[in-house]
Design a protein. Structure first.
Length: 240
């Protein structure tokens, strides 16, 4: 039986789809800009939190400190805006889905946001302290660390972003299963290939030390196994 609302949405002309996409992008940009401006007034506190693994940071040009505050403000604005951004993406995609597929939208938005925060927390409290401590251990009385704020922020924000997104794996796998791209059987049969790929990607994305690479690859493997379990339980529930 055809869903009238779905048929109406699918029959929308291309110009209306583009106009709707333009509105969604504007909403997301407004959210990011507004939150970034707000976080600028707390940028010193955010910098203090981010610099805890290494202590004091230094700037070497007159504009570097200001740019660093802008950078952390925008990063915080994007991170806090993420649930709203994900919701806007879903609200744009949902009209092309069936009624049953649309029922997963809000749970997936909530799960995605929760997993993103979990990835940030895991990186900040576990991976970064271990990785930074290991990297700084190569110093000596003749080789002292003088860490610049720009380089450090680029490193730590990159690591936080990576872990925030790789923790989305269960949500991505669940959605791919719902639209028929993957299945529990295919996920199990490709487990060995996926594990090898995870180790290779972790080695590329993380600093060149084994501890950090393991700290990234092992949680992803656990998330992959959790994804298989979630998809399998969903299939069993559907069969019942």
């Amino acid at each position: 039986m055809t869903d009238p609302e779905l048929s109406e949405q699918r029959s929308m002309p291309l110009t209306e789809h583009l106009e709707e996409l333009r509105k969604k992008i504007i909403y997301c940009l407004v959210s990011i800009v507004a939150l970034s401006i707000t976080f600028y007034f707390f940028s010193d506190r955010v910098l203090r939190i981010l610099s805890r693994p290494v202590g004091t940071l230094y700037f070497f040009t007159p504009t570097e400190a200001f740019i660093a505050k802008i950078k952390v403000s925008v990063a915080a604005g994007v991170a806090v805006s993420l649930p709203f951004i994900v919701y806007q993406v879903w609200s744009f995609v949902v009209p092309a889905l069936t009624r049953k597929e649309r029922s997963y939208a809000l749970p997936l938005v909530f799960s995605s946001s929760l997993l993103f925060v979990g990835g940030l927390a895991f990186a900040y409290f576990i991976v970064l302290p271990v990785g930074i401590r290991f990297l700084l251990s190569f110093g000596s009385p003749e080789l002292k660390a003088l860490i610049g704020v720009t380089k450090y922020l680029g490193f730590i924000l990159w690591m936080l972003l990576i872990f925030g997104f790789v923790f989305q794996l269960p949500v991505v796998v669940f959605f791919l299963d719902r639209i028929g791209v993957v299945s529990p059987q295919s996920l199990r049969s490709k487990r060995k290939h996926v594990i090898v790929t995870i180790f290779v990607v972790s080695a590329i994305l993380t600093p060149p030390d084994v501890l950090t690479q393991l700290a990234m690859s092992l949680p992803i493997i656990l998330l992959y196994e959790a994804s298989i379990l979630i998809v399998s339980l969903s299939h069993r529930r559907g069969e019942r």
